[in-house]
Design a binder for this molecule. Structure first.
Ligand code: SAH
Length: 257
């Protein structure tokens, strides 16, 4: 008899923000296939009764890696096991969770998706940046900064995003921050628009860098900003107040696992 697959979002990386349902299925799992993004606190608490498989280890060929992960999920479930595929944030916010769902469905295996709190929302929230606010904007867009925006047929409509005041949240954007800022300014975003780069959100060593759109890339470089980081572009960043910091408990909160 086939087992079952749970596609579980870990939340932004602290046990306190993993969902109760997520913790429940993790406790019952026979096999847990995990990425590194959930972070040490969650990965260090995974039950030893489960076989734990690090999916970050299949080398630098990401397509092969992805197919191998999908193959493993299906293979373990076909052997009758309860398989948890644990991904950072929400399983369907980038990170190829949708492809894994398709693979499991193609194999005819029962599947449940356990949503997670995406870093796109949780990381800004935890430092006191609301993504919408009546005084600033009623629109928010989440994009990947993974591909160089200056390259021709970009999958993202930067020219459409640039005008106006809508908040732009960029995941995977550290490497291309300079090009992203340039293209937004080129297409009409105010160069003085405040930007926050939040590294390692909700971890003990979290760090926030704030600056105007036309200077944020230089500032980030000076400070040696590294992934993972969430970048927030928009007037709402004015609400960031380093004198009244952290509203959400970082690592070290409740453990349901
Ligand atoms: N599915 C995930 C996103 C996967 S893409 C989610 O919903 O959060 C990976 C990117 O997410 C990273 O490059 C970074 O931009 C962001 N990210 C995830 N967790 C983060 C954290 N704790 N702090 C800062 N950025 C984070």
């Amino acid at each position: 008899m086939a087992g079952k697959v749970y596609l579980v979002g870990s939340g932004p990386g602290t046990l306190g923000l993993l969902s109760c349902r997520g913790a429940e299925v993790i406790r019952r799992a026979d096999v847990i296939l995990y990425d590194q993004l959930p972070g040490d606190e969650i990965l260090g608490s995974l039950p030893e009764t489960a076989e734990r498989i690090d999916c970050g280890k299949y080398g630098s060929d990401h397509t092969k890696e992805q197919l191998e992960i999908e193959r493993l999920i299906v293979e373990h479930a076909r052997a009758g096991r309860i398989v948890v595929r644990l991904k950072g944030g929400d399983p369907f916010m980038f990170g190829r969770g949708g492809e894994e769902l398709e693979a499991v469905r193609r194999a005819g295996i029962p599947v449940e998706v356990v949503p997670g709190i995406t870093s796109a929302i949780a990381v800004p929230a935890s430092v006191g940046i609301p993504l919408t606010h009546r005084r600033y904007t009623s629109q928010v867009t989440v994009v990947t900064g993974h591909e160089d925006p200056s390259k021709q047929e970009s999958a993202i409509n930067w020219a459409g995003l640039a005008p106006g005041t809508g908040t732009i949240v960029v995941l995977m954007g550290v490497k291309n921050l300079a090009q992203i800022a340039d293209i937004l300014i080129l297409h009409g975003r105010d160069p003085a628009t405040p930007v926050a780069v939040i590294e390692r959100g909700l971890r003990r060593d979290q760090r926030v860098t704030v600056g105007p759109l036309d200077r944020i890339a230089v500032l980030s470089k000076e400070r040696g900003v590294r992934p993972p980081a969430v970048i927030v572009i928009g007037g709402v960043v004015e609400l960031y107040d380093p004198d009244h910091p952290i509203l959400t408990p970082p690592e070290g909160s409740t453990n349901l696992l």
